[in-house]
Every structure is written in structure tokens, then in C-alpha cells.
Design a protein around this ligand. Structure first.
Ligand code: ATP
Ligand code: MG
Length: 511
């Protein structure tokens, strides 16, 4: 066996495999470099979904002739002055991006250092360096990437459709724009402008930029979040529960100005919204964590898209409790989008928004879900706590309630005036209308009762005839593993042969 060193070109292409996965990763690396260079305006132009051409122009501090030559060398960086991998203050620190990109494309860098008389240009073709040429450029840096992955055709095959590559580029650039509100950003594809955000200034800069990127709707229908614990600070906006989506795409987390995706974050948000949102729905959130550099490791992912916190429970706890508190403070405010939609559905002659198109991100069930989350007290003609929902019919009682009567303030759900489709209770409050999904409301009542019972220890009652439940062996194992927890919830079980458990006691919930 002969051991030999790999040629530099090969090493760069291997590194490129990790750093440069698709056109969006090139855009990310180059925009990050421009941010690190102190640019206040960054313009991105792409053609052929980034495969044919990517041009990034910035007005940052630029590079002098010698720096330019160094920049495309592996592990050449200006950003780790003390060789300190703990206190990383820039987005870049590896000196990996430019040589990697240059090894799998045709790259032309033109740059003019601040205060320098001339600009210089360097061309790299599949890792082969050209000569430094004088060029003209008013200032800053312009990097053009052509024919990405032409040198690694296998990688080209893994790319998705033009549409999804362009979407990935748009998403990546938007995330960086959200994290850097004082920098102007634009993105164009051929002649089409995808977006253009002017540099935001002043105290409301972060908020203005979020409104520009995520829409006014988001900022208007969210609560602001602010907290600090043990040197870690959390700011941003959490969408009202009524503003929810079918996936977790619209959840943005930034750690020290770096957009990251993190399972910890998704889990924390689930915890924060747990009582307020149906399980399959996802909140819309933009949160910014500011963490002392030594409390977080950004060096755990080749594209720096993940981070590792030294004290994960602390960060998780901070997110869950802060978001929860902010949402509780918002009380029962419902998203104005959903509310407007509901109102439109009742306008005489107006097209029922419930049956027509609805704005993206709003759900028809949102209002009902919100309503079912309200504190519940039975008005006259409505079921008392614990009563089975099937056993009553508010529709039969409207006369008793009286349509014109002002409902008493002590009934947060107002006075029931009717029932629709045997499912929705329509109630009137002093200044509004409430629609309650009675099944959801009932589930909620049971759930609230169980939560309350849990605080005082759930009362159990033995079953006269124990119930045998058959399930596969693996499931039996899983259930028995958690027998203690189940007992706390009032469910006492035992093994019953290989493929069954027997339930001996069950919760005795008081009404
Ligand atoms: N747009 C730019 N303006 C000014 N200098 C730049 C620009 N882009 C790159 N540089 C210089 O080139 C160097 C190499 O860039 P490169 O992206 O390869 O590495 P890095 O940013 O230091 O680290 P990383 O690999 O983590 O991105 C940078 O350290 C910086 O000095
Ligand atoms: Mg970089």
C-alpha cells in the first residue's frame, strides 16, 4: 500500500463537496464575505437558477492586490486574528469558501481596497489560477461565478429543478437580509427583480426589515419578545397562534447574527405553543439569540448552518418561557388576517372568504382553534363543565338567551345564540362574535381538567374488571418502560403475557 498526499485541486474539490452543495451555498458564502467586509449594499444577480451565473457585488472594504491572491488559497483568512476558534466574531473563519468555489466553477474576482488607486482582477478556472490583472471598479468587490459544477458533473446531477434552486437562493439571501437590517440587499434573476430591501435605520430597523421580508402581516400579527438570562439575550417576534402554517419553514432563528437551523429551536417552539395550536400546525416566528461566543460552537457544521450550545437546557428554557409569556400577554388577540377573513364571510352579499381564496398562511380553523382556547364558562343554555357535548342543543335555546341582550362580562365566551352544523356554537359578547367548535372545546375542557388534576396528583379508581389491551411486543415494552409516568397520570398497567398489557386502574377525573 502506498500512502500519498492528495493534490491540492483534489483536496479543494473534496472540501467543496461539503461547503458548496448547490448554488444557494455559493450565494450564502459570498454574501457572508460581503457582510464581513463591512458592506452596506449587497446585490446578487443570478442566471439559470445560479447554475449558469452568479454575480455578487458589494461596497465593502475590498481587497488589495496581495490579499486577492491569498484569498483564493486554502485556509487563507483575514478573520481569525488571534487564531482563536472560540471567539468567532465574523461569519467566515475557515478560509475555505473561495478556494472551494473556485475549484468547481469559473470564478472571477474583481476588488478594489478602500483607499487604493486601482482595482485588481483574478480569474480561477476549476482551481487553476490566472494572472492578476489591473481592472477598474469604483470600490468594493465583485465576484462572478460561471458554470458552477462544470468541473464536477456528478454534483450537477444532484441539483433540483430551476425553480427549487432559485427558491433556495431566495430563502438563503432573505435569511441573511433579516439578520442584517442595516445592509441593503437585492436579488435579481435575469431581468426580474426578486426583491430589493433598502438599508433600514434607527431603533425599528430590525422590525422594518422583518416586515419587508416576511410581510407587514407578520409584524402586525405577532408579539415582540425580549428577555435575558445568564448573559444570553433573546429578541424578536412570535406570531399569534392564529397565524400558523402547515410546515416549519417560516420559523427563523439567528444566533449572533447567523441564520441557523436547529432541532432545539423547533422543539422549543413546539413547547411554547403547545397549548395554543393544533399539533400539525406550525407557528411563524423570527427570533434572535445573542450568546457570548464561548457559550456556543459555530464550528460543528461544514456550511455553518448548525450550532451547538454549551448549555442547551438554558437556551431551550429561555425560548419556551419567553415566547409563552409574550403570547399570554397578548391575551386572546386573534390574527387580524383571520379575523378580517371571518368578517368578510359575514358581509351581506360579500363573497364568503371561508369558501373563497384565503391569504397565505391563514387557516380556516384558526379562529375556532383560538376560540376553543378561551377560558370557558357555561352561559345559560350551554353545557356545564364536564357535560358531554352530545347531550345538549344550544340551537334550541336562542330565544331564552335573547338576541339583543348584552351578555354578562363574567362569561368570556359570551351568550350562545345558536348552533351551526351541529358543531359550531355561535355566541355574542359585548362587542363581538365568537364561534366555538364544540368538540374542540370539549377536548380542551378535559385537557384543562387533566392538567389541573396533575398538579394535585391524579386520583385513580380501580377497575372492577381489568381491561386487557393487546399490542405487539415492542409496543408492550415501550408502554411498560413508562409505566411509572402513566401511573402518575392515573393509569396503572401491568404486563399480561407477551403481547398484551392489563389496565388495572384508570384516572378518576372530577368534574
Ligand atoms: N467580498 C469580500 N470583500 C473583502 N474581502 C473578501 C471578500 N470575500 C473574501 N474576502 C477575503 O478573502 C478571504 C477568504 O474568503 P473565504 O470566504 O474563502 O474565507 P473566510 O471568509 O475567511 O472563511 P470561510 O471559509 O469560513 O468563509 C477572507 O478572509 C477575506 O479576507
Ligand atoms: Mg467566507
Amino acid at each position: 500500500m502506498t500512502i500519498r498526499r492528495l493534490p491540492e485541486g483534489t483536496v479543494n474539490r473534496i472540501a467543496a463537496g461539503e461547503v458548496v452543495e448547490r448554488p444557494a451555498s455559493v450565494v450564502k458564502e459570498l454574501v457572508e464575505n460581503a457582510i464581513d467586509a463591512g458592506a452596506t449594499q449587497i446585490d446578487v444577480a443570478i442566471a439559470g437558477a445560479g447554475r449558469d451565473q452568479i454575480i455578487i457585488t458589494d461596497n465593502g472594504h475590498g481587497m488589495a492586490r496581495d490579499e486577492l491572491a491569498l484569498a483564493v488559497e486554502r485556509h487563507a483568512t483575514s478573520k481569525l486574528p488571534e487564531d482563536d476558534l472560540v471567539r468567532i466574531a465574523h461569519l467566515g473563519f475557515r478560509g475555505e469558501a473561495l478556494p472551494s468555489i473556485g475549484s468547481v466553477s469559473r470564478m472571477t474576482i474583481t476588488s478594489r481596497a478602500r483607499g487604493a488607486d486601482e482595482a485588481w482582477q483574478l480569474h480561477v478556472d476549476a482551481g487553476r489560477l490566472g494572472d492578476l490583472q489591473p481592472d477598474s471598479l469604483p470600490g468594493g468587490t465583485r465576484i462572478e461565478i460561471r458554470d458552477l459544477f462544470f468541473a464536477t458533473p456528478a454534483r450537477l446531477k444532484f441539483l433540483k429543478t430551476d425553480r427549487s434552486e432559485t427558491t433556495a437562493i431566495t430563502e438563503t439571501t432573505k435569511r441573511l437580509a433579516m439578520a442584517n437590517p442595516t445592509i441593503g440587499f437585492s436579488l435579481r434573476e435575469a431581468a426580474r427583480e426578486i426583491f430589493s430591501y433598502a438599508a433600514a435605520t434607527g431603533e425599528a430597523a430590525a422590525r422594518d426589515r422583518l416586515a419587508a421580508v416576511m410581510g407587514r402581516d407578520f409584524v402586525d400579527n405577532s408579539v415582540s419578545v425580549e428577555a435575558e438570562r445568564e448573559g444570553i439575550s433573546l429578541t424578536g417576534f412570535a406570531g399569534l397562534p392564529t397565524m400558523n402554517r402547515g410546515n416549519a419553514q417560516a420559523q427563523y432563528l439567528f444566533v449572533n447574527g447567523r441564520p441557523v437551523r436547529d432541532r432545539l429551536f423547533t422543539g422549543a417552539l413546539r413547547g411554547a405553543y403547545q397549548d395554543l395550536m393544533a399539533r400539525h400546525r406550525h407557528p411563524v416566528v423570527a427570533l434572535f439569540l445573542s450568546v457570548p461566543p464561548e457559550a456556543v460552537d459555530v464550528n460543528v457544521h461544514p456550511a455553518k448552518a448548525e450550532v451547538r450550545f454549551r448549555d442547551e437546557p438554558l437556551v431551550r428554557g429561555l425560548i419556551v418561557s419567553t415566547v409563552r409569556r409574550a403570547l399570554a400577554g397578548a391575551g386572546h388577540r386573534a390574527s387580524s388576517t383571520v379575523a378580517a377573513e371571518a368578517a368578510a364571510a359575514f358581509r351581506p352579499g360579500g363573497q364568503g372568504a371561508f369558501y373563497g381564496a384565503r391569504p397565505e398562511g391563514t387557516s380556516r380553523t384558526g379562529l375556532y382553534e383560538a376560540a376553543s382556547a378561551f377560558q370557558y364558562q357555561a352561559p345559560p343554555g350551554m353545557p356545564a363543565r364536564g357535560e358531554e357535548p352530545d347531550g345538549f342543543a344550544p340551537a334550541a335555546r336562542p330565544a331564552e338567551v335573547g338576541l339583543g341582550e348584552a351578555p354578562e362580562a363574567s362569561y368570556p365566551l359570551g351568550a350562545a345564540v345558536g348552533q351551526l352544523h351541529q358543531t359550531y356554537i355561535v355566541a355574542q359578547t359585548a362587542d363581538g362574535l365568537i364561534v366555538v367548535d364544540q368538540h374542540a372545546a370539549h377536548e380542551r375542557l378535559v385537557y384543562e381538567r387533566m392538567k389541573k388534576a396533575l398538579q394535585n396528583g391524579v386520583a385513580r379508581q380501580s377497575m372492577l374488571i381489568p381491561e386487557v389491551v393487546e399490542m405487539d411486543e415492542a409496543a408492550v415494552g415501550r408502554v411498560l418502560d413508562r409505566a411509572d409516568e402513566l401511573a402518575e397520570l392515573g393509569l396503572v398497567i401491568d404486563q399480561f403475557g407477551a403481547g398484551a398489557v392489563v389496565v388495572r386502574e384508570q384516572p378518576a377525573l372530577q368534574n
